[in-house]
Design a protein around this ligand. Sequence first.
Ligand SMILES: Nc1ncnc2c1ncn2[C@@H]1O[C@H](COP(=O)(O)OP(=O)(O)OP(=O)(O)O)[C@@H](O)[C@H]1O
Length: 661
Amino acid sequence: MRAIINKRRTGGASAEAAAAAGSYHGAAEQEVADQQRSKKSGSLGTSGAASSEDERTKRPGVMPVGARLLRLSAGARRWMALGVLVSLTITATYVAQGVLIASALVRIFDGAEWQEIVPLLLGTLLLLAVRTVLLWAGELVAVSTGVAIKARLRRRLYEQLFVLGPGYTTGVRTGTVQATVVDGVEKLETYFSKFLVQLIAAVVGSAAILAGMAVVDPMIGAVLAGAAVAISATPLIARRLQAERSAWFWDSWRQLGGEYLDALQGMTTLKVFDASGRRGRQLSERSWDFYRASIRFVSVANLRTGAMGLLSAGGVALAVGLGAVRLSTGALTAFQLLLVLLLAREAFRPLEDLQKAYHSAYPAISAARGVFRLLESEPVVTDPAENGVSAGSGAITFDDVTFAYRPSKPAVLTNVSLRIDAGETVALVGRSGAGKSTVVALLLRFFDPQTGRICLGDADLSTLPLADLRQRIALVSQSTYLFHGTVRANLALGAPHVSDEQIDDAARSAGAYEFISRLPHGYETLVGERGLTLSGGERQRIAIARALLKDAPILVLDEATSSIDAANEAEIQQALDRLSAGRTTLVIAHRLSSVRAADRIVLLERGRLAATGTHQELLESSAAYARLVAAQGTDDPSDDDAHFGDDAPSRRNDESEGIAR
Ligand SMILES: Nc1ncnc2c1ncn2[C@@H]1O[C@H](COP(=O)(O)OP(=O)(O)OP(=O)(O)O)[C@@H](O)[C@H]1O
């Protein structure tokens, strides 16, 4: 059972963590990371109601991206308003500085005393100082805007991922989710904190200065306004001209990055196959591709910058030339001409600042699409939330269940009917791909079956709040996920309020007490990321202890001993036996040792229930089961190291399908 909740090591651990926490919420974040490494990750997650990543995620609505982005800025709007205010105040200091310098120059030309000029110069210095402080404050405000946006957006995205659950995360590419939640949010942050603030400040600031210029002289105002419009239009025109080059640039960039990552991750393989030289040449070709794309892209980008500079300088020169003519005709005073000279440039400065921030807007819009898509995706299963339905006993019933991960694909489970009584231990066996993990995925309600129903006690799973359902199930899988934190925190994952005594008892029952006592800080020892500072057997014991602490009436053992060596297996098996005592237990196992102790063994073949009985009964009555046992490569079916399934012949057996009990 590697697939579903993850039989593949990492994936299985995620499901286990989810079950341990009483809901999959606690593991969803990990689920995202795990899927990247889970070779079967895709298998778990697609919903029965969807057929592809695209189908599974709603397309972003039709509202324009800009307007929808604005809605995402809720929570940071005060910071953004403050940013605009600071930016406008900076523009105002430039204007005031221009006015002061123009006044000082006029007085100098008029031969005024130095006492008249000094206050104006001091005023200019003061403005310089104020501007320095404002620039610093502007940066702080931008950072605060970014932090507020990121915190809120990430929280919303993670909440949404938790709502969507493993059924969603396993069905989409991890890279896509990660790119949305990490890179996408970063890009949006720049958009809000820099671009949007600068856009508003540029429009208002430039318009105000142009209005002032128009008051000084309407003709000059009109010339400057024309230049401002041309400057603003330049990036839009350039973007059209650049669209193809830009796509080529980003494509080559992505491909180059992907190739390098691939080469790094596969370095050992490349070395072993003596393929690093060939790979190096491929990388070199990609680099040249990227180089050519960059040159073409940058050449147009530089043209745009040059054109904007030209328009800006041309506009100022035209305005000043016009001013000089107007001065000579007496239509303008010297002070006014000086104002034009000093402030015309300032009318364009916010637009140029905007241009600098502009590059952040484009990637943000593509990032925004991913964010909207995720926020608008529908969960694979709906949570009935609080409805007061009681799960009743620990009995599990699969009633004529048929399930396909995708409607267009063949069913993975067909007409499966199975009842596991409260307190009973049932083992699910079958060759690889028979559908064992899918049974568990349906039990944890990561997906809903297309037909048939699954009940806990008398309650249909679909009527039980998801948190309640998962609270009732403890999962121990072949690969245990431990979070970065203390041993104690990992033990108490599914039962945060347990006492020290209970933790001690559970650790002893799980055979974990001894090795925990030997750790440098006992229960307070930090286990490294994913618990990699502990051995597989030690992690497994912790998983058993935390399942004990969770004290759920239903237990799922997902190849819980498959990665344990023979010496440790007996001990862990004893711990598992203690754990399963008195609980409804579903065991998925390839090892006979786990299966022999079961009250019943259920054989799945190609998604159909093929046979049921004790080990001995099945050996006698089921040819398919006997073949599975024989395929383990041992004549002694009691051999503890024997494994079911993976290499078994895939012939259909001749036995009746049907209800196991
Ligand atoms: N998310 C998924 N999307 C599409 N198909 C899937 C998905 N998960 C599993 N499958 C397919 O469903 C079938 C049953 O898979 P499942 O993981 O339940 O088998 P299994 O009996 O647990 O196998 P194993 O013993 O190898 O773990 C397989 O053909 C598998 O490829």
